[in-house]
Ligand binder design. Structure first.
Ligand code: ZN
Length: 136
């Protein structure tokens, strides 16, 4: 089930562009359009659910998040990753995966990614690392 007005559903069905770094039969991960840090991802179920806790298998999506996070930390050189689910801006369940560099949770300007080329490079880096980690 998808919603035609939902931007995340449109990414799933290919009618909206995204830098996809991971895909399996149930979920999709892509670079956030306005990254709060280098490697900021959104992980979504392919089926439209308003809230993450409405998923038949919320734990499965978090297991996928964990595998993605373990794959990306070393290649990004991130200190740790913030994981969150808010769901107030996009009405399609999603998990924020936001790498952090340095002390605490403060997002510094230096870790932001500017420009199309730089974002493509990050997408390629993460896609390769995740493929290796998740699919061996
Ligand atoms: Zn949707």
């Amino acid at each position: 089930m998808t919603s035609p007005t939902c931007v995340f559903c449109n990414i799933v069905n290919g009618s909206a562009e995204a830098r996809v770094v991971y895909e399996d039969p149930h979920s999709l991960a892509f670079l956030d359009r306005n990254p709060q840090s280098r490697g900021h991802l959104q992980l979504i179920p392919k089926t439209h659910y308003r809230w993450i806790y409405e998923l038949p298998d919320m734990g499965g999506l978090f297991t996928t998040a964990q595998r993605i996070i373990r794959a990306i930390i070393p290649v990004l050189g991130a200190d740790h990753v913030i994981v969150g689910s808010f769901g107030r801006e996009i009405m399609h369940a999603h998990i924020w995966i936001v790498p952090q560099y340095g002390q605490g949770n403060r997002i510094t300007e230096g870790t932001r990614v500017r420009g199309r080329g730089a974002r493509d490079d990050v997408a390629t880096l993460l896609r390769t690392a995740i493929k290796k980690e998740v699919f061996g």
